[in-house]
Structures are given as C-alpha cells and as structure tokens.
Design a protein around this ligand. Structure first.
Ligand code: FES
Ligand code: FES
Length: 149
C-alpha cells in the first residue's frame, strides 16, 4: 500500500511501489485527466505537479511521490474558479484534439509559478511538451497572455 496526497486528498493505493505514478493516478484513483502518450518522458502528456514542480508521471515511481503534494489537472483550479492559465487557454482557443493539453497546462502553470513573466527563450527551454495538433503558437500566445493577467 502506498499513501499519496493528490489534490489535497490523501489516498492509499494498492500498487507495487515501482508502478509509474501515472497509472496510480489514472487506474487506482480514477483521475483520468492526466494522459498517457509515450511512457518515456518525451511528450509531457502525463505532466502533474509534485510540490509545485512539473513532473512527467509516466517515469516516476509512486514510491517517489510519497510525502509530497501531487496536483493533477483536476485539482489545478482549486476552489473551482479557472486559473489564469486555464482562462488564457479558453480565450486563445488553444486546444485542438485536446489530448496533450492537460499536460501542457500543468507544465505552463509550473513555469509561471517559477518565472512569472517568461520570455520566448524561457518558454522554449521549459515547455518541451509535444502537441501532435501543432498548437505551439497558440500555446505561446496564451502563456504571454496569462503572464500579463
Ligand atoms: S507519457 Fe509521460 S512524457 Fe509522454
Ligand atoms: S491538441 Fe491535439 S495533441 Fe495537442
């Protein structure tokens, strides 16, 4: 049994400690907003926050997340009101198919937490998530809009 705190709620999950955090979040806890893309830390679809930092959960063993605060896309808005990143995503109509977008938003929220006014170079260095629909330009515009909000 592994004890995890996800979106402020503590849950015991019955998995091997080496199970990737992604599968515990999706299969055991039932939070399916976090997506599986590549399984090898390349695409970012599985991005969650651990203590506020963006982490690719497909390669993190659940044991590594014990004692941390895990946040998924379902918990990002906290009290229910959209965050400025989510608002900018709506205003700029960023998503196409949407599959990569939860991970993208989590990565961007962590970036803005660390660097409130990122430059294009900061964005290029931090947001390495892959979007097969090619929403990169809209993502960039929405990041700058969220930074100004
Ligand atoms: S599924 Fe984790 S980085 Fe692609
Ligand atoms: S919106 Fe379709 S993969 Fe990014």
């Amino acid at each position: 049994m592994v004890r995890l705190t996800i979106n402020g709620k503590t849950t015991d999950v019955d998995v091997d400690p080496n199970t990737p955090l992604l599968w515990a979040i999706r299969e055991q806890v039932g939070l399916t907003g976090t997506k599986y893309g590549c399984g090898i830390a390349q695409c970012g679809a599985c991005t969650v926050h651990i203590d506020g930092k963006a982490v690719r959960s497909c390669v993190m063993p659940v044991a590594g997340a014990v004692g941390t605060q895990i946040t998924t896309i379902e918990g990002l808005a906290g009290g229910g009101a959209l965050t400025k990143v989510q608002k900018a995503w709506v205003d700029h109509e960023v998503p196409q198919c949407g599959y990569c977008q939860a991970g993208m938003i989590m990565a961007v929220a962590a970036l803005l937490g660390a660097v409130p006014k990122p430059t294009d170079a900061d964005i290029d260095a931090s947001i390495t998530n892959i979007c097969r629909c090619g929403t990169f330009q809209q993502v960039r515009e929405a990041i700058h809009a969220a930074a100004k909000a």
